[in-house]
Design a protein around this ligand. Sequence first.
Ligand SMILES: Cc1ncc(COP(=O)(O)O)c(C=O)c1O
Length: 390
Amino acid sequence: MPSRTIYADYQATTPVDPRVVEGMEPYWREMYGNPHSNDHVVGWHASDAVEKSAISVANLIGADPDELIFTSGATESNNLALLGLARRANSGRQRILVSAIEHKCVLEAARSLAEREGLAVEIIPVDEEGFVDLGALQEMLDESVLMVSIMAVNNEIGTIQDIGTISRMLQSYGILFHCDAAQAPCAMDMEQLASQADLISLSGHKIYGPKGIGALFIRRDVQHLVEPIIYGGGQQNGLRSGTVPVPLCMGMASAIDILRSIEGRKERSRVARQRDSFVKLLKEQVPTVLLNGPTGDSRHPGNANLRFSGLVAQDILGSLQPHLAAATGSACTTGVPEPSHVLRSLGLSEVEAESSIRFSFGRFNTDEEIDEAARLVTLAARSWQSINHP
Ligand SMILES: Cc1ncc(COP(=O)(O)O)c(C=O)c1O
């Protein structure tokens, strides 16, 4: 990547914090043991490191370390949650509800359950800002529902859901609640989350940790209801076989420790200030720009999803290379030529969705970069305006 590229795609992935890299170092070199080798001291050290990592991850969401399963990322965690619960579902509970703006890995896992395993999957609508329609959800609830899957924070428009209220709505029906919290640690306090959801998915690379590691919280009394999706040596309580990658666990844990420090907490307001300044500067220069999604505190502090009316997002992003990295919606669907299902669920037309760009800011953006990003986007938008509407 050219060093002059301004990175504004933190919701696709974050750079790994140098302190995280440093913390992982000994676990590649000296403490390389297999954490499941019970017969010697090298294995014991590795196992201690995994336990220590699990404590940090558990602290993030108010859980106990034995309620955490390390996975390869939030995609695997979401698959394990949905497929695992569905495959042990009793015949009385065969309905699964997922919100319209879930990540593709939740939607596709649900679709496969409907197509291959005969479960009924229903989509919970959202309003024009991406909040789950609680009235519609209430109408859908009864004792035939096995599980509801709703993300804490949306990856495209940054909407932060009212997880506490949703959790209370499900309780009286005995419905299991899965929450994809991959985008949540940089956006909200999560200490209560394990008392609100039965299963919670997390990812290392959205929080300044390494790629290839994630976690699934499964509440202790729910673990027997989950069928593994990976079979083997029975590691991690038999719920996810395979050797646990110690350096990656340590990396995810140290990324979480940094986020939970005073500095990490202050970061949210600094990033929100920078994001707001970017949007303000841009709107002053290009008055046709509109913000998709909510305003205020119920939005991820780094997220600005902007609609450039009359323009094509891909054109603008192309003109910005190699100076600024931003994205159209979810990176995981890049290459798939269809407009964002998230933006379409808000009621945007295909054309409106295709004119929208997600800018996402984070830890290493400077104020100078914010000003420069606004200047570059203004130039690109104006030049496409003059080409499209001479
Ligand atoms: C909300 C959400 N869920 C799940 C994922 C998948 O995470 P991972 O890359 O760790 O598999 C992402 C990544 O974009 C995400 O934003």
